[in-house]
Design a protein around this ligand. Sequence first.
Ligand code: GLU
Length: 453
Amino acid sequence: MTTTTRFAPSPTGRLHVGNIRTALHNWMLARQAGGAFILRIDDTDAARSSEEYADAIRADLRWLGLDWDREERQSARLERYEAAFDALKAAGRIYPCYETAQELEVKRKIALGRGLPPIYDRAALKLTDAERAAREAEGTPAHWRFLLDHAEPIQWEDGIRGTQKFDPAQLSDPVIRRADGSWLYMMPSAVDDIDMGVSQVLRGEDHVSNTAVQIQIFTALYAAAFAAHEGAAKSLPAFAHEALLVGREGKLSKRLGSLGCDTFRDRGIEPEAIIALLARLGTSQPVEPIADRAALVASFDLATFGRAPAKFDEEDLERLNAGIVHQLPFDAVAARLPEGMDEAGWHAIRPNLAHIGEAADWWRLVTGPIAPPAFTDDDKAFLATAAETLVWGDDPWGALTAALKEATGRKGRALFLPLRQALTGMDHGPDMGELLPLIGENEARARLETAAR
Ligand code: GLU
């Protein structure tokens, strides 16, 4: 069977690191297998969904380089949900309910008060036709629940959590459709996974109990021959649920919920750093600044995922970002570099950057003007010698320092620091061997002469 995965965000907000991680892992599963990655916009909640958020989600995925093979949206598939609903109803797996939210809340409190789990008591299932007709006549429209089969134990081999077992009697029959006819998440998602031939569902562990319920929905839909058409998945997808991301302190953090692509981009974080971190966070594989996406895809393996929450540390991200920036080729960054900075300039300056945006500051060392410190008379004399000694060739820095060492007996810091300060105005920075040719002969001599005065 070909691998088909999906990322199914609700367009009710921006993507945050947790969603980005789910998107990435589904993308990697599909790319590793040469399969398809679907972007599914879960927009059945018309009141909370917006086109702006859907656009932002696409833009973020593009920025991250997570390309999708197909886009689907739930609002365009209402007919299919209607058909599934009819099929399940005909099979006796859906029943109308009339409780108000307050009545349900009272039932919940009573159950909890008795020390029982707050499982829906199926009171609506016991209504007679006459009682139902009376509720309808009163003007209470029905909402609809899916009837779990208590005789059908729920079990699956989770790609991360191992064997998962649920007793359906310990679960509430889920409401799948509201009284106004709109859909809740539970059934449309299963219908889509069938229709779109989804072979693997990888999502956060907050969905584990949804999976338990959805397995019975899938099974009921198969039994109702709902998956007979071409392209439909003929058997349950493989499920895997990842441990959630937590902040550095080990807690589910509000901050993570608001940390998304805009924040990262504004802070100068490269998409490749985010990818390198999220690809392996929470796995037994080392988190390293791997800029080669194909390598990350090839090494992706659900079996390496742990059950413990994965800690997202912004300092790790900064560290990885620097590691990634140091590897980026000129072509990948040229458009974001200061005017006039060429490939040699990029190579000289790259090792000093934590973020590409800092290139401009370092490039000013080449273009000037620079502000050298005040020198002692001793250093001034040394720098005057340097100005005279400077000769231009393949390796002017190597030649200059070798000649000065010979002529003055200086070595180490006493040799290098005044030169660096006179030539760049700084006491640390890019490799002088690479920088000096960029400064150029005349400018370099002028800077040494200025410093010597
Ligand atoms: N729209 C759902 C969510 O955002 C999708 C869950 C799923 O992957 O099935 O949580």
